[in-house]
Ligand binder design. Structure first.
Ligand SMILES: Cc1ncc(COP(=O)(O)O)c(C=O)c1O
Length: 320
């Protein structure tokens, strides 16, 4: 589905018309993958539109830039403010998906030029629904496979950085899975243990214990992952972050993905083997309710994760 355009994108410090937020074909990032980005959701809540864990996403954006030594021309407050601006200026009252991105732009060419090309920063936002398929996927779970492609090995590409180039690995995993008729693929870590989906973290439930690959297993430190771990512990569910053998996925009671795009999506089968009894299990269901309750008001936001947007904020004069 094409991206549903909104009137404005925040680009290098100001709001510009959507179609004017363009870059030069010789931009460094286009050739060498030198971008860092975030995927953030804003939800419609009973107390207005709120961005979920915005400061944590912005922190990860700056961490990703630090790992790749990309100089940021704006501070975190400016990026947070830009996220608020694109929601208010585009009147995204029903919530939105936000895409902050920073990248090495147009300057010198070469992998590591003498003078770093200037970093460009943009934040776009638009309405976006389900990622892995559908409301059906959410209700019954998705069918996935183990990919023939492993995730990146430690000390090759840094998995904790959410960087454009890292997503070549994700593209291989996701496109293979979809070619084979699955909704998503799961990559193994280089040691053959479970890692994560192409754009989601992975959780298993076995005998009431919630299991997820530890950060050392080539995963992105997902904010939804962290949210689920906290919500689970708060509900007395034991959580273990560790190395997990592939076959545990075939014999677990429940499995699900977490991510800003997929939120909490149950996994119905892996490599055509049904997970548990093929229905959404009690732990998955309890965590889904707790998670979505954050946005309906049923789950108290005691962590201050909801960052409310002032929709009546004066619109910044848009310029071309
Ligand atoms: C590779 C990968 N793993 C995990 C995640 C989940 O992270 P988060 O929950 O912060 O969206 C994402 C999405 O950003 C991702 O791209």
């Amino acid at each position: 589905m094409p991206i549903p355009a909104t009137p404005f994108i925040w680009f290098n410090g100001k709001l510009v018309p959507w179609e004017k937020a363009t870059v030069h074909v010789l931009s460094h990032a286009l050739h060498y993958g030198s971008s860092v980005f975030e995927g953030v959701r804003a939800y419609q809540t009973p107390t207005g539109v709120a961005i979920f864990r915005l400061k944590d996403h912005t922190r990860r954006l700056f961490d990703s830039a630090k790992i790749y030594r990309i100089q940021m021309p704006f501070g975190p407050d400016a990026v947070n403010d830009a996220c608020h601006q694109v929601i208010a200026a585009n009147e995204l009252k029903r919530g939105a998906y936000l895409r902050p991105v920073a990248f090495r732009g147009y300057g010198e060419i070469g992998v590591s030029p003498k003078n770093d090309p200037p970093t460009e920063v943009a934040v776009a936002a638009w309405e976006w629904g389900r990622y892995l398929g559908s409301h059906e996927g959410e209700a019954v779970g998705v069918d996935v496979c183990i990919s023939s492609w492993n995730r990146v090995a430690p000390n090759t590409l840094p998995a904790l950085a959410k960087a454009g180039g890292n997503y070549l690995s994700s593209q291989l995993i996701a496109s293979e899975a979809r070619r084979l008729g699955f909704a998503e693929g799961i990559g193994l870590a280089p040691d053959g243990t479970l890692s994560e989906g192409s754009g989601e973290n992975l959780f298993l439930v076995k005998d009431g214990i919630l299991l997820t690959p530890a950060l050392a297993h080539s995963v992105l430190g997902g904010l939804t992952r962290d949210t689920v771990i906290r919500l689970a512990r708060e509900r007395g569910i034991e959580v273990r972050e560790s190395a997990l053998p592939r076959e545990l996925l075939y014999i677990c009671d429940e499995a699900f993905f977490t991510g800003t795009a997929v939120e909490i999506t149950a996994i119905r089968s892996v490599d055509r083997l049904t997970v548990g009894d093929g229905k959404i299990g009690p732990v998955t269901s309890a965590l889904q309710s707790a998670f979505y309750g954050l946005f309906s008001g049923k789950t108290p936001d005691k962590w201050g994760w909801l960052d409310h947007v002032d929709m009546s904020a004066p619109k910044v004069a848009a310029s071309g």
